[in-house]
Each structure stands twice: as C-alpha cells, then as structure tokens.
Design a protein around this ligand. Sequence first.
Ligand code: SAH
Ligand code: SF4
Ligand code: F3S
Length: 433
Amino acid sequence: MKIYIETYGCQMNVADSELVTSILDNSNFKIVREIDEADIIIFNTCSVRQHAEDRVLGRISNEMARKQTNKNLKIGVIGCMAQRLGENLQNQNKGIDFVVGVDQYKHLPEIISNIFENPHFESETMVNNKEIYEDLYPIHSGKLNAFVTIMRGCNNFCSYCIVPYTRGRERSRPADEILKEIENIGKKGYKDITLLGQNVNSYDFNNVNFAELLRRINRIETIERIRFVTSHPKDLSDEVIAVMAESEKVCEYLHLALQSGDDEILKRMNRGYSADHFYTIVQKLRKAMPEIAITTDIIAGFPGETEEQFQRTYDLMEKIRFDYAFTFKYSPRSGTKAAEFTDQVPEEIRLTRLQKLIDLQQDITLQKYREQIGKTKQIYVERVSKKSAEEMAGKSRDFKITVFPGSKELIGQFVDVKIIDAIGWTLKGKILE
Ligand code: SAH
Ligand code: SF4
Ligand code: F3S
C-alpha cells in the first residue's frame, strides 16, 4: 500500500514524518512522493497558531474530494493537532479515517491495516511521556542535511504556547543513541546535522548536559556542520556558548527566541528572563563568535501589551539587529493561560504591530546581507540554483543561502566563495580557486 505524507509545522514535525516513514517502511508500506499515487494520505499537523490549524483543515477538506473517484482512499491526521483535538477531529471532517497522536506512531501500521480490513474510524492519542522512539532510525528525506531529535516534549509552559499540551513532558534521548544515530548518518554521507528539541539547552541524560553532548558530537569525524534548534534564553549557559566557540563543527548560527522586549510582558509570558538578560546573552555570543548570525521569534499583541511595551520590543530589535526574525501575531490557544487573560489586544492592533515588526526586520535583514559583500564564506553546495542551471546554491555556516557559478559535481562539497553581491535574501559570489 502506498502512503503519502504531507507535513506542517516545525522541524520537529519534519523529523517525526521521517520517523513515521521509517516505521511504515519497516512494515512494508511504501512511501510515495506523489499524492496521486497514494492509497493513504497522512497529514502531519501543527497547532501552534489557529491559522496553522485552519490551513491544514482546509487542505484536508480539499483532498477529501479524491474519495469520490478513489473509494478505497484513506485519510489520516497525525501530529500536534491530532493530539490536541483527538477524535473531535471527526466532527470537523467526517471523512477522516484515523487520528494518531505524537506518542502513538508505533501503532500506525496496525491502525492502518485495521481500517483497511474493516473500514471504521480509529483514534489513538494517548499521552505517553516516556515515548522517545528508542531504536528507531528515521529515514531522512534529503541527502545532505539531516535532523536529529535529541529530546521530545516541553516543560516550560510559556503562557501562550500549546506545545507542552500537545507534546507532553520533556524527555531526553540517551546520549549514546544520539551519537550512534549521528555516526550512522555520517557514514551515509550526510555532513550537516541539526539537533532538535523544544529547548535543547535543557538536554540532560545521565549527567550528560547539552554542552557535553555538543563536545561529543563535534568529535564524530564524518560530520562537518552542527546546528541546533531551539535554544531557550533562560537555559543557554556560558558553558554552551564556550563550546560553540571552541568546537569547529558547531556553526556560527543561533536561533534564540526573544518573544518580547518588555519585562512585564516577558513575565506574563512565563519566559523566565528579562530583556537585559537577553541582550547580555547576545553580547556574549557576539564576543565569543564575531561572525555569528542570530535569528529570533517575536510575538506581536500578546494580551495586555500596551503601545509602550510594544515599542520596547521594537527598540530592542533595532538595537540587537537580528539576522532574521520570525514574527507572529498573537493567537489565543484554548487551554493555555494567556487565552484566559481578559485584556486581549484587538485584532487590528495586533496586525498593525506585526506589520511594523516585519518592516523593521526586512530593512535590517537586507542590511545584514549587504554587510557580507567582500567576505569569503565556506559554502556547503546543496543544489542547482532555481534561477539558472549554470549556478549552484548552498548555505554558509551562518545559514545564508549563497548562489555562485559552478557545476553539479560540486553538490555535497564545501567550497570557499567570495561574496560579490546581495540580492534580497540571497548572497551572490564566485568560487575562490
Ligand atoms: N520551542 C520553541 C518554539 C516553538 S513555537 C522555542 O521556545 O523557541 C515557535 C514560535 O511560535 C514561538 O517561539 C513563538 O514565537 C510562536 N508562538 C507560539 N505560540 C504562539 C501563539 N499562541 N501565538 C503566536 N505565536 C506563537
Ligand atoms: Fe512553547 Fe515555550 Fe516550550 Fe517553546 S519553550 S515550546 S514557546 S512552551
Ligand atoms: Fe506546531 Fe507542534 Fe511544532 S504545534 S510548532 S508542530 S511542536
């Protein structure tokens, strides 16, 4: 039977889709890349904002039409929205055949076989705060870069966030297993890995902390580049900053979510740090790694946010000058603390503030890219450029897409490229011989 998986949400979901691919592949299902070939369509969903849910619900409704011509087609929902809404999803769309939550993926083969034998609706969303999918190795979708899950769940309960409810409690995978997985990946030719967790800085398994894990991964010969997401400012230690600076494979790149530049709002968000503390970390990072690129997440219009408080976020973004910022309009998530706050900011104001942040960041990002002109950057060549067959594209260590004249044979290699121009958010350069 052929299965098509469509993935939404964060890298954790991308990694989970690879895990699910491996689980299904082991049970003799075939994963296909074309939706038209599928006997089963699986949507791996996200709940982080209402918009994310609405979008995938729309997609599911559209694909339901296929059932008219393909009577045996089954449609399933997995991921965070499956976990959050469970069997209630069937009220949203009667055509959904199965719903499987984030801790129950091992049961997917059995559930799918059951509903083919005897067509009925099945839902399995029990929470299992111990599930770390031990001994299962994901089948990676790319050939050059791989995600490696080092922990699952989150204990932080930021007051706006649904993730601790959909993903359950934080648990770290054994360090040995992570290292074994990365060694295997390395043997297959992957040179660039990204470690995944909702808060990787609180990784802890039998006294191996995140800094120590990084040191050990840095020793794996076949791996050339290491990045990780996501870091939480309250847990990013000096030790981790030092290890980043001294480990040659750990890239000069960090995603560090600020969320707000106002202390009162940060407190109401339950973030556990002040704007000053955040700024101090940024300074330490830049001192230890002058070439580091820092990206962030910001929420506009959190409940109770006044114009002045918003301005503090704006000012801090201007002062820090992130390389890029993912900016979001606050979206109330039922069940979270912030959704209960009575001082919700009106939608139009949330939107206006969001637009201001987008405009500000756009300028800064463009400037940051222009500042790269004249530098020589090491590029991991990943693909032919979308615009020209004579050009290759890849990423720098600080995660900037760079395009330069070259041939396909370079794919998978590291080359030094001199940056000669910046067009929008793409660097242009030429290879140094
Ligand atoms: N664990 C990661 C983030 C996971 S969610 C971290 O802590 O960095 C990704 C981003 O979505 C968050 O950083 C936040 O900026 C945004 N987000 C989460 N819940 C949201 C909500 N209810 N409304 C708007 N944005 C939200
Ligand atoms: Fe959500 Fe906060 Fe956990 Fe990130 S750290 S997943 S924002 S609760
Ligand atoms: Fe979305 Fe779940 Fe990730 S809610 S952001 S897919 S952890």
